[in-house]
Design a protein around this ligand. Structure first.
Ligand SMILES: *[C@@H]1O[C@H](CO)[C@@H](O)[C@H](O)[C@H]1NC(C)=O
Ligand SMILES: *[C@@H]1O[C@H](CO)[C@@H](O)[C@H](O)[C@H]1NC(C)=O
Ligand SMILES: *[C@@H]1O[C@H](CO)[C@@H](O)[C@H](O)[C@H]1NC(C)=O
Ligand SMILES: *[C@@H]1O[C@H](CO)[C@@H](O)[C@H](O)[C@H]1NC(C)=O
Length: 460
């Protein structure tokens, strides 16, 4: 990502705060999607922007890196202290533009391929997260999915155990916090403002300020001594809707509400970021394997054969069958299309938890049978998510590994007893170290395309 930077003229925004530099001009890859109704579908001029968390952060008027190998750098050239605290660091450091292909992001014909692992001249990058922008390129598109459906094509055939690709929606600010927080002059055009229901503390900037205070480096995996990540005192919370989490082995979809008393994106501090305080990090999810239907999805699966591309269709019917007025989410419903055949989502084979979609009763019963903590009902999951869906959420597309569980929550074994098995991946699931040492891991990629959003029954 940094290779040609030294040849470019240094042009820097002379402002304080979470601002940006243009050593590498930021050119958002075009990603059109379609908006559908009973009258047909029409192309929308969307584009993708890389999350600020994957960008080079460097000193405002030099090439000195502010953050490297999981930690904030103290010293700039010649001996200036760059990041002693949140405010000074925010003042000193800027976000850089991205050369998308060097980050493994290959757009083509309204589809995009994301590569998991990428060599860069002086470093490497792993994974990516992209947001869908409006045609102006300065604001995230807000998708209003209540009483609507979304469909897209996905190819997960090159995603092994331990790596997941996602299409999710999060209740971020549509401008990424631009000008809302003092000094955020980068905004959605530079992918700022991420939040989700796990209230992540590993974000380097939150509310326009560097997350330097109490930053703790964390190694990539238990075996690794090299820090790649860390976490600070502050975290960034908001409701989250997972339309698709999956690889070639398992997949899941689910809902993660937040406390009704909190606004969309909100900052948490320290223990206030813990899983059950303001958002439902675990959520209510449906994974056919976990529900006992073990041969529906996977390589050679009876419903979805993951060795080939397929179409994922997800519907959000409301309680009143309208998208406005007093309407709540009734159900999150799924079917697939592969090779021209339509496959309803695999049904649960657990007698006490029947069904093949997410509904209020299914969530309550599933938590009980799996002995999971039920924050979903505590946060009034179905109705809260319904409100977010009506109001509009930001689309995030990503590919990632999971430093905490090696993705065992998706494709392996996590916990004990009923519901512990989520897929056929080995226990302990693939860790990051193994992934980077395997050809399968290094070559992992996913493609998403043909995104359509519209009235129920009109996108496929
Ligand atoms: C998308 O961009 C093209 C080319 O600029 C333009 O002709 C078209 O009208 C745009 N479509 C929409 C829906 O704005
Ligand atoms: C910083 O550099 C200047 C010039 O080289 C030197 O005079 C000064 O002592 C240095 N300060 C520290 C704290 O190292
Ligand atoms: C932050 O760091 C300070 C100083 O090391 C420590 O006293 C405090 O407990 C830490 N706060 C949290 C929430 O970890
Ligand atoms: C796809 O469908 C066609 C026509 O029904 C059939 O001939 C072909 O074998 C199918 N391919 C696969 C991979 O199932």
């Amino acid at each position: 990502m940094y290779h040609s930077l030294f040849l470019l003229e240094l042009i820097i925004q002379q402002v304080s705060g979470q601002s940006f530099a243009t050593l590498q001009p930021e050119v958002h890859p075009l990603m059109r999607w379609e908006s559908c109704s009973s009258a047909g579908c029409s192309k929308q001029n969307g584009s993708l922007v890389l999350d600020a968390e994957w960008r080079w952060i460097h000193e405002k008027n030099s090439y000195t890196t502010c953050f490297e190998d999981g930690h904030w750098l103290e010293k700039g050239y010649p001996n200036k202290t760059l990041c002693p605290d949140d405010a000074t660091c925010t003042e000193n450091c800027v976000l850089e533009g991205t050369e998308y292909q060097s980050m493994g992001i290959w757009p083509k014909n309204d589809a995009v391929t994301l590569k998991y692992y990428n060599y860069l001249d002086y470093s490497m990058s792993k994974g990516a997260r992209l947001f869908m922008l409006r045609p102006d390129g300065k604001q995230y598109n807000l998708f209003k999915l209540l009483n609507k459906e979304i469909s897209f094509e996905v190819d997960v055939s090159k995603l092994p155990c331990g790596i997941s690709a996602d299409v999710k929606f999060v209740a971020m600010d549509s401008n990424g916090g631009f000008n809302k927080f003092q000094g955020n002059t980068a905004g959605a055009a530079y992918g700022t403002g991420y939040c989700d229901a796990s209230c992540p503390r590993d974000l380097r900037f939150i509310n326009g300020q560097a997350n330097v205070k109490n930053w703790t480096e964390t190694p990539d995996s238990p075996e690794s001594t090299v820090a790649q990540y860390g976490f600070g005192l502050r975290g960034s919370c908001c409701a989250q809707l997972d339309v698709f989490n999956g690889n070639s082995i398992s997949s899941s979809f689910g809902l993660h509400p937040c406390n009704f008393m909190t606004p969309n994106q909100h900052q948490c501090i320290g223990d206030g970021c813990n899983p059950d305080v303001s958002c439902d990090a675990e959520g209510c999810a449906f994974n056919t394997y976990r529900m006992g239907n073990t041969d529906f999805y996977g390589p050679g699966g009876k419903g979805v054969d993951t060795t080939k591309p397929f179409t994922v269709v997800t519907q959000f019917p409301s309680t009143s069958d309208t998208d406005s007025g007093v309407a709540f989410l009734k159900e999150m419903k799924r079917f697939y299309i592969q090779n021209g055949t339509r496959f309803p989502n695999g049904r649960s084979k657990i007698d006490e938890v029947p069904g093949n979609s997410i509904t209020g009763p299914l969530c309550t019963k599933q938590k009980e049978v799996f002995s999971d903590v039920n924050d979903f009902d505590k946060f009034e999951g179905m109705s809260m998510i319904g409100e977010y869906l009506a109001q509009g959420m930001v689309m995030a597309i990503g590919i990632w590994d999971d430093r905490k569980t090696g993705m065992a929550w998706l494709d392996g074994k996590l916990g004990e007893g009923k519901g512990a098995l989520r897929g056929t991946c080995p226990d302990p699931a693939a860790n990051i170290h193994d992934l980077l040492n395997s050809l399968e891991g290094r070559r992992a990629s996913v493609s998403f395309g043909k995104i359509r959003v519209g009235e129920i029954g009109t996108t496929v």
